[in-house]
Design a protein around this ligand. Structure first.
Ligand code: NDP
Length: 259
């Protein structure tokens, strides 16, 4: 029996990367999936390839969420995946001493405001049935400081905490609407391509990026999607307000033994 049969699922920022892989896994598990993205052309192409519905959605825009609520008034699973580091639109600096207020706000607008609006939509779309699963994609960077990407780390830490407020709010009201956060690190997506390049030193660069990761490799989008499937399914009925690292052991400590 597919694990998400009969469930309607919305995923943000899903034209590529982790979001797209989550859509693919949800479809495989029998869900009806509405793939959303800020990029209409790429989003529609991905949705067609995967057999999903599509809605254009800029997670920062309340009006886009209102349009989604009209189109998909009831759903079972919302994955707040859309996120930016800040480097996509600005070379920075993104450190705490020199970052501009505009850059700081831009990152929080997508990562934090977008997740707030996504959770608000999800509660509205789930509370009639009184059940559902909200999955917020935070980051390892939401659990530790990142001096060179301070707004990213701050926004992802806030996503982690907001997840717990949402979980408790829903529990207080007697709804079986669960809300959990995922904390990936070094998952090989297009986000990494500018840093890895296509030159002869690509393999060396990749190895350097994961040299502190106990499992010594990048994670795959499919591995993150597997965790999302579990949290979306009824197998996770007793899991709410929780955080899940998926980081090859990075936050567990060092892989190197003393001496
Ligand atoms: P990608 O950059 O590959 O994909 C992100 C998608 O989100 C793109 O399609 C992008 O569209 C879209 N997007 C950007 N801004 C918005 C917006 N305002 N509204 C809607 N969609 C938007 O990212 P990943 O797949 O690598 O990451 C997905 C999530 O996982 C992010 O939240 C990220 O922070 C998190 N994460 C990723 C890690 C990794 O190593 N890859 C590690 C830790 C966390 P466009 O390209 O047009 O901007």
């Amino acid at each position: 029996m597919p694990r998400l049969m009969g469930k309607t699922c919305v995923v943000t920022g899903a034209a590529r990367g982790i979001g797209r892989a989550i859509c693919e896994a949800f479809v495989r598990e029998g869900a009806e999936v509405i793939l959303t993205d800020i990029d209409r052309t790429a989003g529609e192409a991905a949705a067609t390839a995967l057999g999903c519905g599509f809605m254009p959605l800029d997670v920062r825009e309340e009006a886009d969420w209102a349009a989604l609520a009209r189109h998909v008034p009831v759903c079972d699973v919302v994955v707040n995946n859309a996120g930016i580091t800040g480097f996509e639109s600005s070379p920075g600096p993104h450190d705490p001493e020199n970052a501009s207020l505009a850059d700081w706000r831009a990152v929080h607008a997508t990562n934090l405001d977008g997740t707030f609006l996504g959770c608000r939509y999800a509660i509205g779309a789930m509370k009639a049935a009184g059940s559902g699963s909200i999955i917020n994609i935070s980051s390892r960077s939401g659990l530790v400081g990142i001096p060179g990407a301070a707004a990213y780390a701050s926004s992802k830490a806030a996503v982690r905490n907001h997840t717990k407020s949402v979980a408790l709010w829903c529990a207080q009201h007697g709804w079986r609407i669960r809300c959990n956060s995922l904390h990936p690190a070094a998952i090989l997506t297009e986000m990494w391509e500018p840093m890895l390049g296509q030159g002869p030193d690509r393999a060396e660069r990749m190895a350097a990026f994961v040299s502190d990761t106990p499992l010594r490799r990048f994670g795959t989008v499919e591995e993150v999607a597997s965790l999302a499937v579990m949290l979306a399914s009824d197998e996770a009925a007793y899991i709410t307000g929780a955080e899940f690292t998926i980081d090859g052991g990075l936050l567990a400590g060092s892989a190197t033994s003393p001496g």
